[in-house]
Structures are given as C-alpha cells and as structure tokens.
Design a protein. Structure first.
Lengths: 339, 270
C-alpha cells in the first residue's frame, strides 16, 4: 500500500522532529546527552558523569512535557478540524472558525474569576463554553428548511466568536488585576510556555483517547459527509453520530484551549494538506491530519521558542503560516468552495 | 396462479400528509399496493406530491395520517437501519463535497451491513464489485468522484444503491441531467438488473413515453390524489394526459411501440 509507506515516513519524521526539538532552545543540549538522560530516567540507572543536574531538569522537567503537550495539541486540533469539515460538510470550517475556541476561552475565563481553584473547573467550563458556541453558530446559520449554507456557517461562527470574545472582555474587566487577569491573558495568547508534568494530567490524556476513537470510527464521517438525507437512507442514525463527533470535537478542543490557550489555523489548514496527500476518505485522512498537525505544531513551537531570546506566543506563528496558505487555497478552489 | 405468488411489499392506505407549517394538504388519501418484483412508475405534474410521497415511503418524513407498511411493518415504527434493509434510494442529484474514489463511494452503500468501524468483509467487497460490474462503473472504480461525467456519476450512485442489496430500489427521476443515449442506457440497465435480481423498482418519471417503455405499472398523481393506478397498457392514454398534465397529445403506434406526442394545451375546466 502506497499510503502505509507515507504513514511510516510521517511517524518517523514526527519522532525525529520531536527528538531534535528537545535539543533546541536557548540552552543547547547535544542529542547524545538527551539520549543518555532519557535512557537513564527510563531504566532508573545513574546518568553519565558529563550530564549536569541542570541539563537533566531542562530535558526531563521542561522540554519533555512541553513537547508531549505540543504533539497532543497539534494532533488534536488538526483531527478536530478534519472531523468538523466532514460533519458540517464544509471545507471552510474548523473548531476555531465555529467559535469553539472563543467559547472555551470564555468558559475558562469565567472559571478563573468565579470558581477559583475548584479542581478541573477550567476544563469543564471550557468544554461547556465550546459546546454552547458551536451550537449557537450552527443554529444561527441554519435555514428554516434545515440546510446550512457553507458561507453562512463561517459567518455565523465569526459572529458568535466575536460575541464570546467581547463577553470574555467583560470578564477580564472585572477580573483581579494581580492574579486573575494575567491568567486569562495567557489563555488568549496560546502558549506552551507553562507546561509541566502537572499539566499532563488525567484530563489531558483524554486528547489521545479521543484521537484514537475518532480514527476508529472515521468511516462514519465518510457517510455523514454525504449529507443528512443520503446518510439516513443508507441506514445511518445521523443524530447519534453527529452528537458523538461533536462531543469528540468539543471535548478535545476544549481541553486543548484550557491547557494551552487558543491556537488558531491548525484545524483549518492541516486537513486540507492531509487531504491532498492521502485523499478524502476519513479513514486515512484523520490519522494523516493528526500526524501533520503534530509536526506542524512542533515546528511552530520551536520557532516560538528559538526565534527570539524571549518567547513568542505560538498562536502568532500558526497564524503567520496558516493564513497565507488558506488564501492560496481559496484562490485555487474558489468556485467549488464558496457554493 | 402468478398473482398469488406475488406478495405485497409496500402497502399504502389512506395516506394524508400536510407539512408542519403548511396550510394545504399535500397528499389527500393515497392508497396503493406495490408487489415484489414489480416495476412501478410514479407519474404526475410538478407539485403533484411525488417527492413528498417518496420522502414518506422512505421514512424521511414522519407525522403522516394513514398507514405505510413495508413488508407488513408500519414504517413510522421502524428505525433508519431497519428501513435501509428494505429500501435503497437513488437521489435526483448528488453533490459530492469530497472527491471520494468510486469504490469508496459504492462501499457506503454497505452502511447497513458493515460494522461500525467500516471494515469491509469479503461479502461487502464482493457486493461492491458485483454492483459495479453490473452497471459498468467497474471501468472507473478507482477514479475520484469529481472527475466523472454526469452519466458516470449516475451509474456510480445506482451501483451504491445496488450494493445495499435491498428488495426495493427507489429512483427519483433517474434520467435527469442525462443525454438522450445515457437516459436510454440507464433505464435499460435498471430494468435488466431489476429482472435479474427480482428487485422492486419504484421510479418517479416526467415523461409518459419513458413510462411506456420501461415500467409495467404506473401510479399517476394529480393534486395529491391518485388519478390512475394499474397496468401501464391499460391506464395510460391521451385522456389521462390531458386531465393530469393539461396537454392534448396524439398516440402514435409503430412496430409494436407506442409514444405520445403532445400538440396543444388542453382547456382547463373547473
């Protein structure tokens, strides 16, 4: 199979990229040293003498959890983009465009201000906010006969996003400037800067679980993408599968936003690249989108970390790469996409 | 003898339907009985209720009065999966969004047979290949959908319906968007397949001449009621055409073939 080879190459590429991402940064650590540090940590043996404690902390406590998070979020956002384009039958949407990210941000902001330090309150509120936003965007765009024009959905998503962003503005206004405001601002920017092993808790591991489940049931997306009537006539319970996939999309995106803030364009752009490589069948598209998403996010985060002495929010990098690509795509496919 | 063998597969009794926000009744007491293996044409002017009838007998629209039974089961009590075991449907138009390969597309016809993960068994693959061979879509089975011509798309959709392996095949204006030759090819093909597989065909048609050529029975709709129902040779005549379509036509017969040629509009009474 031609595709199998592409997947194997892609997996190797992501792993190599991840390995060298550990090496990169303001403090350079050689690849052999990284191998020794990870090897001794995994086998619980003494590390070689030339490795300092400082280097061990950088590799094991700072860069490792960060890179794992980058991989999870990149794969998660990209696969959610591919899945939402399938269920909404719309190549112009992503969780970001549908308002999930801004809904999740509002939820997170409200949780920071009003629910204080109740465990997982930020994640749960981000999930609820994201769900409300996507439903609102969908209902706004829906015509009385039940159809949802592509451009209307993009427009209503933008409107709902804008509404939620302004509500988040109000929350920021009343937030405590010493403690809460910086925390909210962090969400708005999107960054992996604060990721530690603590961030990679049980909730975060829902991201890979959702990814695996989405890939397993990807066939359902093929049939859903035929449209409601055709899918029903083939024997599908469309309501059930739409709810299941919207749950996957909202929970995955919600967790990504709650942990690392809003990072745009990945979910919109990556599925198109993946489709160009392996074709539109979601069974091959979803895993490819996840792999490319992970690689793309690693590259973006590396640029964010290394480009300046400080750190650029990664959302800025993904937008800088994503927007020109999307303009190119729209110009090329103009006619078929807009109608 | 022969009549006894044929059991009724789709039975409609006193069917009434009004759209949720509509004021007028679209279907006003439709009754008909379709038997196994029959080729039935649904004929009627635009807005006569054919599309509504189709969405009711496929279970897409509920809330009707009267009864529709599929193999003696009331359709409003059946779920999508159960209905898909009996009925496959060829829509009037299909707008492909993603350019699936023809093979992937036909495989979706197996939705009601395949597991939730969509891993085809040998049986599924065989059904897909058999359907594609019967329609000729096998010639372009690996091509992406968006590179096909109108005729090829129609054959791919019919293959998908055949892969579903149901007893009833419903086609909504199957000759729409097709050129003269392709119209004939598609009709001939579905009639052959229906005979070979003993599939009940229900198709909505616009042209009475297609009805003469390709179906045994016809149900003629007019303003939400059945204007005529029976063997095509017995019911389809110039009088019916002027009543239902408001068109005066002459009937031409040659070499055992019959055709209607419309020549003027009928005067509308009442």
């Amino acid at each position: 199979m031609k595709n199998t080879l592409v997947y194997i190459l892609m997996i190797i590429a992501v792993l190599v990229l991840a390995y060298f991402s550990i090496n990169m940064g303001n403090y350079n650590i050689s690849p052999t040293k990284i191998f020794n540090i990870i090897y001794s940590a995994v086998t619980k043996t003494e590390s070689p003498k030339d490795v300092t404690e400082y280097e061990k902390i950088i590799v094991l406590q700072l860069r490792m959890p960060r890179i794992i998070m980058v991989l999870l979020v990149g794969a998660g956002l990209a696969i959610c983009g591919a899945a939402s384009q399938g269920i909404f039958r719309n190549p112009l949407v992503s969780p970001f465009i549908l308002g999930v990210s801004s809904g999740a941000s509002l939820g997170a902001a409200l949780a920071i201000v009003f629910l204080g330090h109740i465990a997982y309150s930020i994640d749960i509120c981000a999930g609820i906010g994201g769900t409300i936003a996507v439903i609102a965007a969908f209902l706004t765009a829906r015509k009385p006969d039940g159809s949802v024009p592509r451009l209307s959905l993009v427009l209503s998503g933008t409107i709902i996003s804008s509404l939620f962003t302004s509500l988040t503005g109000i929350v920021k206004y009343i937030a405590d400037t010493e403690t809460q405001l910086p925390a909210i601002t962090f969400w708005m920017m999107g960054s992996f800067g604060n990721v530690t092993w603590k961030t990679l808790d049980i909730i975060t591991w829902l991201i890979p679980i959702n990814i695996v489940l989405m890939i397993l049931f990807a066939w359902q997306l093929n049939v859903l993408s035929l449209g409601d009537n055709e899918a029903s006539l083939l024997g599908m319970d469309i309501k059930k599968w739409k709810i299941i996939y919207i749950y996957f999309i909202v929970s995955t995106t919600g967790i990504c936003v709650a942990r690392t803030g809003t990072i745009g364009w990945v979910g919109l752009v990556i599925p198109h690249i993946a489709r160009a490589i392996v074709g539109p069948n979601h069974k091959s598209l979803l895993p490819m989108a996840a792999l490319i998403g992970a690689a793309f996010m690693l590259i973006s985060d590396n640029i964010a970390r290394v480009a300046t002495t400080g750190e650029i929010p990664v959302g800025i990098i993904t937008a800088l790469i994503g927007t020109p690509f999307f303009i190119y795509y729209l110009r090329k496919k103009e006619a078929s996409v807009w109608n | 003898m022969e009549l006894k063998e044929k059991e009724s597969i789709l039975s409609v009794k006193e069917l009434h339907f009004t759209y949720p926000r509509g004021k007028t009744e679209v279907l006003r007491g439709i009754s008909c009985d379709i038997k196994k293996g029959e080729r039935v044409a649904i004929l009627g002017s635009n807005g006569a209720g054919k599309s509504t009838f189709f969405s009711l007998i496929t279970g897409l629209t509920g809330n009707y009065k009267g009864s529709i039974t599929l193999n003696n089961n009331e359709i409003r009590e059946m779920n999508r999966y159960q209905i898909a075991q009996y009925i496959s449907f060829v829509p009037q138009k299909h707008e492909p969004l993603f350019p699936f390969s023809v093979k992937d597309f036909i495989m979706m016809g197996r939705y009601s047979k395949i597991d939730a993960l969509g891993n085809p068994t040998k049986e599924d693959i065989d059904a897909v290949m058999r359907a594609a061979e019967e329609t000729g879509a096998i010639r372009y089975i690996d091509r992406p959908y968006n590179e096909l011509s109108g005729g090829e798309i129609q054959l791919a959709i019919i293959s998908r319906a055949l892969a579903q392996e149901t007893e009833i095949l419903i086609l909504d204006e199957p000759n729409n968007h097709l050129d003269f030759k392709n119209q004939f090819t598609v009709f001939n093909l579905i009639c052959d397949i229906s005979k070979k597989r003993n599939v009940t065909l229900i198709m909505s048609l616009h042209n009475p001449n297609d009805v003469l050529l390709f179906s045994e029975k016809a149900i003629v709709f007019n303003n939400g009621v059945v204007a005529a129902n029976g063997l095509v040779s017995e019911i389809l005549n110039t009088k019916l055409l002027s009543e239902v379509f408001g068109v005066n036509a002459v009937c031409i017969e040659q070499n055992g073939y019959k055709a209607f040629l419309p020549h003027s509009l009928a005067k509308i009474e009442n």
